[in-house]
Ligand binder design. Sequence first.
Ligand code: RIB
Ligand code: CA
Length: 321
Amino acid sequence: MNKTPVIIDCDPGIDDAMMLALAFSRPELDIKLVTTEAGNLSTDKTTYNALSFLTYINQNVEVARGLAHPIFRTLEVAEDVHGEGGLGNVKWAEPTLKESKRPAIMAIYETLMASDELVTIIATGPLTNIGALLLAHPEVKPKIKVISWMGGAAVGGNMSTTAEFNAYVDPHAAEIVFRSGVPIVMSGLDVTHKAYITREEMAKLRTLGTPFAEKAADMMKFYTFTQSQTPFYAPNFEEQIRVHDVCAVAAIVAPELFKGDNYYVEIELEGRYTTGTTIVDYTHKTGKKPNAKVLHSVNREGYIKLFFDACTTIGQQLLEE
Ligand code: RIB
Ligand code: CA
């Protein structure tokens, strides 16, 4: 099988954890490295959570700690959504996986430069690490096949009326990445809000009958409640659960499930109320060359199958080990 070399950059975070489960359930992905940054929580917590969750799902992969705060803005975390610990108060495993001695940017740089093949970067947090990498080492650009990012939105926001969390936390990093010329697939709220799993559908998790699925169900139960407390976060979150970050992997392993178009995207950096907004030029008014494929539709049934197949695979694998 032809494997796709992948680097995952994330801020675990409940939906980041489920994204990791999907990624590591896919044999076609050759995951070289996982890096963390501050976003949902501090880097102490996101790094611990990555080590803990990857220990639990028995993956032996390098985990490198990333930057501890956005390039300019003050860090705003989302413990109200993900819980004080960051994984919905679910205890996965005491990490046996050790944090890499390489900081994230060095690890990403060295992994990219050492690769004979183009590398796919799956990013599901603020783009702080990737933005800083591209500033420090623009020579890596030709080594990146695509950045599949969960972030932004053509319409709406969840951290402000117009800004999505990952873009809001570090808009400057996002602007560096979107200006870089590196190919981007953007899974913004436009598509992640459509890639919902209903409460009823999510209840299937517990019927999978594995310890992994049980814990994942507990984490989803926490996430459903916290999301429902912020009604403007997404319409109908009581019933429609959005595991946003899973889209960034799904867009790579099952692109046929998605529809999107190429648009010019820039990031608002100075808006009094709109900083962090991803301005998607979907009317092509700017006349500027598109710099991202912005996803806007999903085959929800196919997406749900992907999600549950991943949970089944990981759960079964752990039982057999
Ligand atoms: O807006 C949703 C995004 O912000 C997800 O990546 C979630 O984990 C948070 O980081
Ligand atoms: Ca995330």
